[in-house]
Design a protein around this ligand. Structure first.
Ligand code: NDP
Length: 280
């Protein structure tokens, strides 16, 4: 039976620490770390994410301002709001909830955010810093995975780490962070041949594919550490990950559940980035 990597528990502990650090920071500087979250349109999933981020900020004593804009907001209106927030001293972190409506360029929006307030770490300047290993912020989900590994004292050094997925927000930065910790990293994607042959070699397997129960037990080595980043909604409304949890749990040494694994860590890392931004 695998060790259950409990993201809820780790996240709660980290948020308690963040609450204490935030309160000490406010006492020392008189400045309350502030996060602005921009939501364009009425995508229900995005609305839930934004609400959770807002609540999490308040819970740790940070200031949070949510800007809800209608779906028909023009790109220039959105860019004007970002400019205003870039210049606002009460705001240390700016996050634009993705995806944006099709008529707005995500690339231009990300570029408009002041890199020192880019708490999602999506701006090319922050992405470049991650590549060079001298970063200010880490993207929240891969950072959350690394925090879980650290908490459970799972060593990456010298291990074969296989990341399935190469998106800019999860797979690629995840691979870089594992490499930084001296893992031997293989990145797989939709064009990878003989995927199962590669995943079966993984000591640490990270699944960020976006396909329910895609990683089956025959793709996992006995004793592997399995990190499931996927969040997929099934037709019955329940959430499930990219890993066939029930079967893989029998083989893995440690595994993250969905929900309750990587998911809760993402917002916690956002809070950490916001505090870091304020400290700068
Ligand atoms: P993307 O859709 O951007 O990327 C998916 C990746 O999976 C791509 O690189 C794609 O390859 C690869 N892929 C797709 N099909 C296959 C296949 N058959 N074999 C191998 N690789 C394949 O997704 P994200 O990275 O944004 O998200 C991944 C998952 O993580 C989703 O379920 C998402 O909901 C979840 N997520 C969870 C978060 C959290 O807080 N826990 C935060 C962010 C995402 P290719 O590049 O070749 O197309």
């Amino acid at each position: 039976m695998a060790i259950m990597i409990d993201g809820k528990l780790v996240s709660a502990q980290l948020r308690q620490e963040l609450k204490e650090q935030t309160s000490a920071f406010i006492a020392q500087t008189g400045v309350t770390p502030g996060l602005a979250v921009i939501l364009v349109g009425d995508d229900p999933a995005s609305a839930v994410y934004v609400r959770n981020k807002h609540r999490a900020c308040e819970e740790v004593g940070m200031y949070s301002a949510v800007h809800k804009l209608p779906a028909e907001t023009s790109e220039s209106e959105l860019l004007a709001l970002i400019d205003k927030l870039n210049a606002d001293d009460a705001i240390h972190g700016i996050l634009v909830q993705l995806p944006l409506p099709k008529h707005i360029s995500e690339e231009r929006v990300v570029l408009a955010i002041d890199p020192s307030k880019d708490v999602d770490a999506f701006h090319p300047s922050n992405v470049g810093k991650i590549m060079l290993g001298n970063y200010r912020f880490l993207p929240c989900t891969p950072a959350g995975v690394m925090a879980l590994l650290r908490h459970y004292e799972i060593e990456v050094e010298g291990k074969h780490c296989v990341v399935v997925g190469r998106s800019n927000i999860v797979g690629k930065p995840q691979a870089l962070l594992l490499l930084e910790k001296n893992g031997t990293v293989t990145v797989c994607h939709s064009r990878t041949k003989n995927l199962a042959d590669i995943t079966r070699q993984a000591d640490v397997l990270v699944a960020a594919v976006g396909r329910p129960r895609f990683i089956t037990a025959d793709m996992v080595k006995d004793g592997a550490v399995v990190i499931d980043v996927g969040i997929n909604r099934l037709p019955d409304g329940k959430l499930c990950g990219d890993v066939d949890f029930a079967a893989v749990e029998e083989k893995a040494a440690a595994i993250t559940p969905v929900p309750g694994g990587v998911g809760p860590m993402t917002i916690t890392m956002l809070l950490q980035n916001t505090l870091r931004a304020a400290e700068k």
